[in-house]
Ligand binder design. Sequence first.
Ligand code: SAH
Ligand code: SF4
Length: 392
Amino acid sequence: MTELALPGALATPTIADALPRLSLIGLDRDQLGAALRPLGVPERQLRMRASQLWGWLYVRGATDFAVMTDIAKELRAELGRAFTLARPEIVSEQVSEDGTRKWLLRLPDGREIETVYIPEEDRGTLCISSQVGCTLTCTFCHTGTQKLVRNLTTGEIVGQIMLARDRVGDWPDGIAPDPRGLPVSDRKITNVVLMGMGEPLYNFDNVRDACAIVSDGEGLSISKRRITLSTSGVVPNIARTGAEIGCMLAVSLHAVRDALRNELVPINKKWPVKDLLAACRAYPGLSNAKRITFEYVMLKGVNDSIADAKALVKLLAKIPAKINLIPFNPWPGAPYECSDWEQIEKFAEVVNRAGYASPVRSPRGRDIMAACGQLKSASVKQRASERFSPSI
Ligand code: SAH
Ligand code: SF4
């Protein structure tokens, strides 16, 4: 790739020019100030300059320092030499028949993650990843079979939202006079769910910092009521989520008895159902308007009996809860089958009668393997076929 020299960028190359430039995406106002200091910005201007940069990054979605017309040309050139505004690199973009979009993204170290956009009539939900792979090994989840695992940085988490906004055209006009940008109702990405790859509560600090940037009312502006973090049950960090993040909580329950949950969600051996539910009951601010979502994957002949349904509603009594029944999404080699539709309906009826409305989550983007627990499948398959291709 050739890089265009910016005017004023023709000075003798220094060692700094040879170092990889860092993306500013994921930095908060203080960190942006700290990034500007070595570029010679006077101390008394730091806050103002950092706030200008913040606005270009998170309100307008600038992808080039050149558009930042209220920042002096020389400083823009300096910024361009020291930093980038890079989002994760797109390896592929797939669009499903139902409008769901899935991006396979490459991170600077070559690792890959996936992000999924699900448009609906009244909202647009972006499902983002918090880790490369997952250290947990839930038996029905394909992500759990992946070997390579690392935490995503704050920038890599925020970068998924920035990139999705770029691709679906969800930024206000770069020169829009209204600094708050598009009215919320016109927004394409209205909700964010941390339900992609990884266990967000095993990457607590970066997830917390990313949520703070994403929910900032003078920035990306996705309110904490519209950000849902899904956990398999890292109990000690549920209280921290309430205290330090304040977003909506979803819990991957999947079984009502410890013996079965130990098998499906092995982290249950560490923090059993009783402890998990106690942490849920203590989650701050719960009310009928602010409920915890309990996710329950429907596995044929495993957890889908009527007795299970009854035990489920009994277990959740008195917790302001929503129940999300997720038809199991198969992946190559999966040891389970999805419950029959008839059985899901019977199960749902018990749940409905207990007062929970329309609990079945319809699978989206199945044709592009974008549904829950399928992330990474296609790319892994592709790699395998590349590896074993007869031409190699
Ligand atoms: N690690 C977190 C968040 C990512 S998984 C968690 O486990 O909650 C997001 C949701 O997808 C979880 O409820 C998970 O149990 C569910 N899921 C995983 N694999 C699935 C599959 N094959 N079919 C349906 N849902 C699945
Ligand atoms: Fe990890 Fe969630 Fe998959 Fe379990 S379900 S392996 S916690 S991503």
